[in-house]
Design a protein around this ligand. Structure first.
Ligand code: AVJ
Length: 322
């Protein structure tokens, strides 16, 4: 074996019950109440999200995958050879295959993913398909600073890969902070390839977050099941409903869990009262215009070097450089 280290050594910074509990208490103490969407992604949540990506209404994944596959030659030419690919919130790693297969001699791949199950599954699959690419996974919340493992072979540059419009889950200041972290991580010669869902007809967007099969509703409610299991809260899953609506003004899907009656929830030795019909905010999915996205990138010290959209301008990939 030419490698000094095992190929898929896992750096594990998974948030534990104390962190989750502190975040939940803070969110439930706020007005209006909220919970962080990053906690959707336990094993069951990642599985439900996978099912969402196969729903006919959820156009994001299919559109992005087709766009990436079609534009891969241009993308590869713009990136050059020997990249260390660092993916933020890698999930199942499906799009990663297209990227790694299409790049010129990539040196290493570092997925940063909060769901350990999804991370291990995707790395196991990618390792089999790309035996020459060093796999350096990190299990972590990518909104916190992560120090990257160094590949054995020297890369020419780092490429941050942030597909799926995951950026959309963050409000503008957070998104800028994240792009800034990416900017710092890739460094002067580096690049970032970011997927963004573009602003469009609200009905199309709303349908994507209210699929007829109810998978998105199950995904949203799974957050409460996860908290009950991991931090011992007692949310009654039958007494909360999924609600997702598009705000044109703020250009974002706003997702809530709506309390079906007056009720109390115990969490970490505290009690939180919900009114009938009270909305607890659990996720934002921002949509972008070109100008607004470029302005956001600029605030993070990045410039848009190339832009690719699908034929209907529903979805875009942006190549950013510090
Ligand atoms: C994975 C964050 C991009 O916001 O569209 C899908 C998650 N939530 N349906 C999105 C999600 C509800 C998704 N991202």
């Amino acid at each position: 074996d030419m490698r000094a280290r095992p190929n898929a050594e896992l750096v594990d910074l998974l948030p534990g019950p104390e962190r989750i509990s502190a975040d939940a208490v803070a969110g439930l103490s706020a007005t209006p109440k909220r919970l962080p969407s990053k906690y959707f992604y336990d094993a069951r949540g990642s599985e439900l999200f996978e099912r969402i990506t196969h729903q006919p209404e959820y156009y994001l994944t299919a559109t992005e995958s087709a766009l990436l596959a079609r534009r891969m030659p241009d993308i590869s030419a713009a990136i050059g050879d020997r990249a260390h690919v660092v993916e933020y919130g890698s999930g199942s790693g499906r799009k990663t295959e297209t990227l790694l297969a299409g790049l010129d001699d990539p040196v290493a791949y570092t997925p940063i993913e909060i769901s350990r199950a999804a991370l291990l599954d995707s790395v196991a699959r990618l390792e089999g398909r790309f035996p020459k690419i060093e796999m350096l996974p990190v299990c972590a919340d990518f909104t916190r600073a992560v120090s990257l493992p160094s590949p054995e072979r020297t890369p020419r540059r780092r490429l941050a890969f942030f597909p799926g419009s995951t950026l959309g889950n963050f409000v503008e200041d957070e998104a800028v902070a994240l792009l800034r972290a990416m900017h710092d991580t890739v460094g002067a010669g580096g690049l970032a390839l970011v997927g963004i869902d573009l602003d469009k007809d609200p009905a199309t967007i709303e349908a994507a977050y209210n699929d007829a099969a109810g998978v998105t509703a199950a995904f949203t409610l799974n957050l409460l099941a996860r908290l009950n299991r991991e931090i011992g809260s007692d949310f009654d899953l039958g007494q909360f409903r999924h609600r997702a609506r598009y705000s044109r003004e703020r250009r974002r899907i706003e997702t809530f869990l709506v309390s079906q009656r007056e009720q109390r929830v115990r969490l970490d030795g505290r009690e939180f009262a919900f009114a009938a019909g009270e909305e607890m905010q659990v996720e934002y999915s921002h949509k972008y215009t070109d100008a607004q996205f470029a302005a956001m990138a600029a605030r993070a010290g990045m410039a848009v070097r190339a832009a690719w959209n699908d034929e209907s301008d529903w979805y875009g990939l942006r190549l950013l450089r510090p």
